[in-house]
Design a protein. Structure first.
Length: 466
């Protein structure tokens, strides 16, 4: 007699191979975090099927009540996840069968796992964008608070990591506020293209049932439905957009962290970090290392890698769905988690920075950082800028050779290079330098005060809209 049970007649090697294959193709280990989205979509789908007369109202009520119970089990840690059930969809469906029997099979009417996962991911991205925007606002608040507490602090502005011209510290910090504002715009733009319902596309060609996709979209909060079923199940552009926006945001955070590392070094000495954001050396007791800032800087490459990974997965796929696309999730989830954690860390680090105002001011006046102001002084006397630039360049060469800062030169020494110099040239300071740059967007105190007011208004408006 032949044994027809599953697995009968297979040797141990075959069984081991089958188990290995199941483990290889399973996605439950990472897509289980989509349970909220999967259940929300299934509840809405069941209700729509009942409204359309595709299943009975009673069956829909049994299904939705059981799904609510399953969600509770998962959230309480009582749900048994088994790799035999491959993914989150099959895991929930199997538990649904255990609870209500064959009625569970009616839930999958008029849908495929292809449009189901596309919907789950879009719901997930919607929440991820909301969480990211909230974290970006918190980060911006920390920048504004720290900038507001240091409105008169002057430090050197840099180009090529060489002291260039004095700027207000608040102006410097608000540059990162503007970067974060652009980051928010990118995530908001990503949301516009993510917020489209794919359910109803089936496996690839649509479904042969009288589904109401518009009512389903309304119930799930989607403003639009997808226009092409082939594209709907194979589109991952919205994930790429999220990860591209995440990569750019991480680049901004990494730049800030690099400056934190530099500013808090003994060589710069502009600031100190709160001890919570540093760690000690395992061998040198005097050291406090900026490990949190360094880790944010390092994790930036990780987020870049996830973006490149998904781009590579998608680049050669014919329409429509292909199993390669299972690889879209692990990198996405890690990018979301990494970005959230790094934004939180950077907000705390910025808020905890303590600046040495005397040191930053001294640095702003050293290394001939006021040379441009001296050239502008000559321009005000009627000299063309290019000529004034040449005069001051030669003046700086002379001062360097004498080992003197510009403020130590006598009026006679100034006049060796141009007779237009008067005694008041020696009154040029870092404070007068920043005050002179009062154009919109400049580092002048009035403009920086206006920028702080604008930044606070933006944060307050967005917080009120939440």
């Amino acid at each position: 007699m032949t044994d027809s049970r599953p697995g009968a007649g297979m040797d141990r090697g075959s069984l081991s191979e089958e188990s290995s294959i199941k483990h290889f193709v399973a996605s439950l280990g990472f897509d289980r975090r989509l349970y909220r989205e999967d259940i929300a979509g299934s509840v809405a789908h069941a209700r729509m099927l009942a409204r359309q007369g595709i299943i009975t109202v009673r069956d829909a009520e049994l299904i939705t009540t059981a799904l609510a119970s399953i969600r509770g089990e998962i959230e309480r840690g009582e749900f048994l996840f088994s790799m035999e059930r491959e993914d989150i969809h099959m895991s929930i469906e199997a538990r649904l069968y255990e609870k209500i029997g064959d009625v569970a099979g009616k839930l999958h009417t008029a849908r495929s796992r292809n449009d189901q996962i596309a919907m789950d991911l879009r719901l997930y991205i919607r929440q991820a964008v909301a969480d990211t925007l909230s974290a970006l606002r918190t980060f911006q608040k920390s920048l504004v608070e720290t900038a507001g507490g240091h409105r008169v602090v002057v430090l050197p502005g840099y180009t090529h990591l060489r002291r260039a011209q004095p700027v207000l510290l608040a102006h410097h910090l608000l540059a990162y506020f503007e970067m974060a504002e652009r980051d928010k715009g990118r995530f908001q733009d990503c949301l516009k293209r993510s917020d489209v319902l794919p359910l109803g596309s089936g496996a690839l060609a649509g479904v042969p049932y009288p589904v109401d996709r518009a009512s389903l979209a309304r119930e799930l909060g989607f403003p639009h439905i997808t226009a092409n079923s082939l594209d709907a199940v194979s589109d991952r552009d919205f994930l790429l957009e999220f990860q591209a926006a995440a990569a750019i945001t991480m680049m901004h955070l990494s730049r800030l962290c690099e400056e934190m590392v530099l500013w808090t070094s003994a060589e710069f000495g502009y600031a100190t970090m709160l001890p919570d954001y540093t760690t000690g050396s395992s061998i040198m007791p005097q050291k406090r290392n900026p490990d949190v800032a360094e880790l944010v800087r390092g994790k930036t490459g990780r987020v870049y890698g996830h973006l490149m990974g998904l781009l590579t997965v998608m680049k050669g796929l014919p329409l429509s769905y292909n199993r390669d696309m299972q690889e879209d999730k692990e990198g996405l989830f890690d990018a979301v988690d990494t970005l959230q954690a790094c934004l939180e860390m950077c907000a705390g680090m910025v808020q905890g920075l303590r600046f040495d105002r005397r040191r930053t001011f001294k640095a702003a006046e050293e290394d001939y950082a006021l040379a441009t102001d001296v050239a502008d002084y000559l321009v005000a006397k009627g000299l063309p800028f290019r000529e004034a630039h040449g005069v001051v360049s030669r003046l700086v060469d002379y001062a360097t050779g004498q080992g003197k800062p510009l403020r130590a030169l006598s009026l006679e020494e100034y006049r060796r290079f141009c007779p237009l110099f008067e005694e008041d040239v020696r009154s040029i300071t870092a404070h007068s330098s920043v005050s002179a740059r009062g154009v919109p967007g400049g580092t002048g105190p009035r403009q920086v005060a206006a920028a702080l007011r604008r930044a606070r208004r933006l944060i307050e408006r967005e917080s009120a809209a939440e």
